[in-house]
Ligand binder design. Structure first.
Ligand SMILES: C[S@@+](CC[C@H](N)C(=O)[O-])C[C@H]1O[C@@H](n2cnc3c(N)ncnc32)[C@H](O)[C@@H]1O
Length: 303
């Protein structure tokens, strides 16, 4: 049998993936499969970004990196922590972010629409002010700052701990002049500020559903995941408040995961546009400022 210190990168990724599969890990915190998660881990140990690994697959893995890979693999299996927390890094919208247990691992599907400047739903040239509500690690705010180089972005969260992580990322991406942090319970501390685009990936898991989620999710802050009995408390408040914070022609883009059907059912008359990601997922909606204003009453109805 081959000594593990002589394994190539490709062999090491395969061996790591097999260990993950045997341990029946849950994915969905930055990767969707055992091989992808293994490639990320191996790349990290080698100091190579996941999208740069292809050119190195036949190179041997040095013993020091192999030791690190073994230790990280064992820790991932033993603790069931999302790999991002073990590596203190996450990849979102093609960029690297610092993460730890104070924030959820960024994986928002909204990233795809940010990269496309929300086309064809808004005149991108005119976007000057963006709000990322419930910003967590700041990933979506930072992705917006890259996608709209002339815009100022506000990144709001009620959690001081999350904002501390977002601050690290804003500094690392050198975007301090264009991305400002706000501590706010949804719109509460945002006074009468208005934006051209509001993006939000709020908590949207129903309380009972939380208990059924794989162990990996229990390492994430509950405040970031659970939102009342039906998972819709935060998004309902956002829908009720958004019109007052959007400029004419502005848009609200919100992500609600598998609560999409429940949201549409709760507000049947509201013309949510369900955006389709490249993988066919439809859990991100878009509403124009005018539609939000028109349906203001629906959002005020008691649930
Ligand atoms: C699902 S996480 C999303 C984080 C980030 N946008 C992302 O996509 O990775 C939801 C975030 O909402 C924040 N949050 C929860 N309740 C809030 C509230 N009432 N006001 C503002 N932020 C809130 C949590 O602290 C958490 O960071």
């Amino acid at each position: 049998m081959k000594n593990t210190s002589q394994r190539t990168v490709a062999e090491t990724i395969r061996a790591t993936a097999r260990r993950f599969q045997r341990a029946k890990l849950h994915y969905g915190h930055g990767t969707e499969t055992a091989p992808d998660e293994a490639a990320w881990l191996v790349g990290h140990a080698l100091g190579v970004a996941p999208d740069r690994l292809a050119g190195r697959l036949n190179k041997p893995v040095p013993p020091a990196a192999m030791k690190k890979i073994d230790a990280l693999t064992a820790a991932r299996i033993r603790t069931r922590k999302p790999l991002a927390y073990l590596l203190k890094e996450a990849w979102f919208a093609g960029r690297k972010f610092y993460v730890d247990e104070r924030v959820i691992v960024p994986r928002s599907l909204t990233g795809e629409f940010i990269a496309e400047q929300f086309q064809p739903w808004i005149d991108a040239k005119r976007v000057r002010r963006i709000l990322d509500l419930c910003t967590g690690s700041g990933g979506m705010a930072i992705a917006c700052a890259y996608a709209f180089p002339k815009a100022r972005v506000e990144a709001a969260d009620v959690s001081a701990e999350a904002l501390a992580v977002a601050r690290i990322n804003i500094k690392r991406h050198r975007l301090g002049r264009r991305v400002q942090l706000r501590r706010s319970d949804l719109f509460q501390a945002l006074k009468d500020r208005r934006y051209d685009v509001i993006v939000t990936n709020p908590p949207y898991v129903a309380r009972a559903e939380m208990r059924t989620l794989p162990r990996e999710y229990r390492h994430e802050p509950e405040l970031a995941l659970v939102s009342g009995r039906d998972g819709l408390d935060a998004i309902a408040r956002i829908l009720a408040g958004a019109a007052r914070h959007l400029n004419p022609g502005g848009i609200l883009v919100g992500e609600v995961g598998n609560s999409a059907a429940a949201l549409q059912k709760k507000f049947p008359s509201v013309p949510f546009v369900w955006l389709t990601t490249s993988t066919g997922d439809e859990s991100v909606f878009l509403l124009a400022a005018e539609d939000l204003a028109r349906h203001h009453r629906a959002f005020k109805m008691p649930s």
